[in-house]
Design a protein around this ligand. Structure first.
Ligand SMILES: C[S@@+](CC[C@H](N)C(=O)[O-])C[C@H]1O[C@@H](n2cnc3c(N)ncnc32)[C@H](O)[C@@H]1O
Length: 272
């Protein structure tokens, strides 16, 4: 486990970080006591509604891997991953570069711990960059010098927003962020999105999760129904199997998923 003395400059190890809490869900070691305590509370609340949160987080990572592998296999060579998270197993660049050795991957995050670890991991990798950026300012992300150097916006881009829009409480703001990040992308561009989902007919305990995240650096946590998630996509057109629980999402699959179970929902959508 990381000790408070190892906190990067500007990081208060007493304030939970959503990136480090997620690292803890995944079984990672880059987290402090405050992160583990907050994460354990969320795990306990999730258990009350029959949700294995750690399993769901691993399934979310696996979904991300399958989604980007399928897009790389179909020729996408540029990936902009906003809310990249702490490096773990099967990071986007590892999956993509196996498929397309000349791909470019740009990771964006606003968490200092993520930036320090990602930069250390990727220091010698010319095809992968790490940029400090805030999801709430999509124009600044699109205009960032490194993003412009690494990504040719005249060619198809895959924008990744996995397990991040739950930190934007307002649906209209979240939809506008998606639209602005995907504005004027070249034909053949895609959006990969995943989001925590309460399960249909499941209310109650999960609403307490927001109270725990309010004390984190992110400041809020919003679960969204299928309908609410669909509105975030705007003009982007889901490709089969559409919005589905991450455990069962497979590119092109013909599914009849069970939406009663709380988990993450994932979708790949063509950006129009
Ligand atoms: C739950 S993790 C998800 C990591 C990864 N995308 C995945 O699905 O496995 C959320 C990530 O989003 C980042 N994040 C949260 N709010 C952000 C914001 N406003 N701007 C940029 N990154 C943000 C956090 O620092 C964290 O690394």
């Amino acid at each position: 486990m990381t000790t408070p003395e190892q906190a990067p400059p500007g990081v208060d190890p007493a304030v939970p970080s959503v990136a480090r809490m997620y690292d803890y869900y995944l079984g990672g070691k880059d987290n402090f006591a405050a992160d583990r305590e907050a994460a354990e509370k969320v795990i306990a609340i999730s258990r009350e509604v029959g949700n294995d949160l750690r399993g769901a987080a691993r399934a979310n990572r696996a979904f991300l891997g399958r989604a980007v592998r399928s897009l790389a296999a179909r020729g996408c060579r540029q990936f902009l991953d906003v809310g990249a998270g702490l490096p773990t197993q099967e990071n986007v660049h590892q999956v993509v570069l196996r498929e397309v050795p000349d791909a470019q991957v740009v990771y964006v995050d606003n968490d200092p711990t993520v930036l320090v670890h990602a930069r250390a991991l990727l220091a010698d990798n010319p095809q992968t960059s790490v940029v400090e950026g805030d999801l709430l300012d999509p124009e600044a992300i699109r205009a960032h010098r490194v993003v412009r150097e690494r990504i040719d916006f005249d060619r198809p881009v895959t924008v990744i927003l996995c397990a991040i829009l739950q930190f934007v409480p307002d649906d209209e703001v979240a939809a506008s962020i998606v639209a602005r990040l995907c504005a004027d992308l070249a034909p053949g561009s895609h959006l990969v999105l995943s989001h925590p989902f309460p399960g249909e007919g499941q209310d109650g305990p999960l609403s307490q999760v927001d109270g725990i995240y309010k004390r984190s650096a992110a400041g809020s946590f919003t679960l969204r129904s299928r309908d609410r998630l669909a509105t975030l996509l705007g003009d982007a057109e889901p490709v089969p199997p559409g919005l589905a629980p991450v455990e069962v999402w497979e590119p092109g699959a013909d599914l009849t998923p069970d939406f009663r179970v709380p988990t993450y929902l994932g979708v790949v959508a063509r950006v129009r």
